[in-house]
Design a protein around this ligand. Sequence first.
Ligand code: TZP
Ligand code: MG
Length: 233
Amino acid sequence: MVKGQKKDMAVTAKSNRPRKPARPVDLSLYLVTDRRLAGNRPLTEVVSKAVAGGVTVVQLREKDCSSREYLELAMELKKILPPGVPLLINDRLDVALAAGADGIHLGQSDLPAKIARKYLGPRAIIGLSVENLEQLEEAKNLPVDYLAISPVFSTPTKTDTGPAWGLEGLARARKLTALPLVAIGGLNEQNAAEVIRAGADGLAVVSAICAAADPEQAARRLRALIDEARRVK
Ligand code: TZP
Ligand code: MG
């Protein structure tokens, strides 16, 4: 290390160990928002019901949204979330900072994780979506707290993705990194258990909760399947 240079918070390639998160994150059931799928129900209503049903992390991810509106939504969610359920903001470092969110979720073409870490600080939760093995490998050297394996299955909710990892790809990813992994893409009650058995630490869902007639029940059922799959793994 150059004299005077600050030690980076990232993993060193040598150690290959993920950075120790400043606080543990329970990725079990991770809700990613989509107001369009929530229909005419306010996002705060869908999210609070989902949390009552067992959601452990909430990521605000809204497209077609002005900066002002994005910030307002973030502040509304922050107000209603219990302290144990972190609020992450998709992509927007400015909104994460302005809303005092718990962290940010980044895609491969978003701001670099090192920049996000620099501005959000060591306690922030930073997640990164990885779409292939090369990105998974690169992430070992980044100051991130978890990775999203994206997409595990193809999904109409997001179509501009790389090829789906599938359960085999997820299992392979699990063996190749020590970072916590949340699976995303096409997840529901039918495949929740096998996704956990393939090695995910949790499931991230959009439509399975946002589009559900009863988001609380939807979250409760998913959570029960996840917890049960872990018990018998
Ligand atoms: N990133 C990868 S797939 C996806 C995102 C945001 C959407 C997942 O939506 P759904 O409805 O849970 O399949
Ligand atoms: Mg993005």
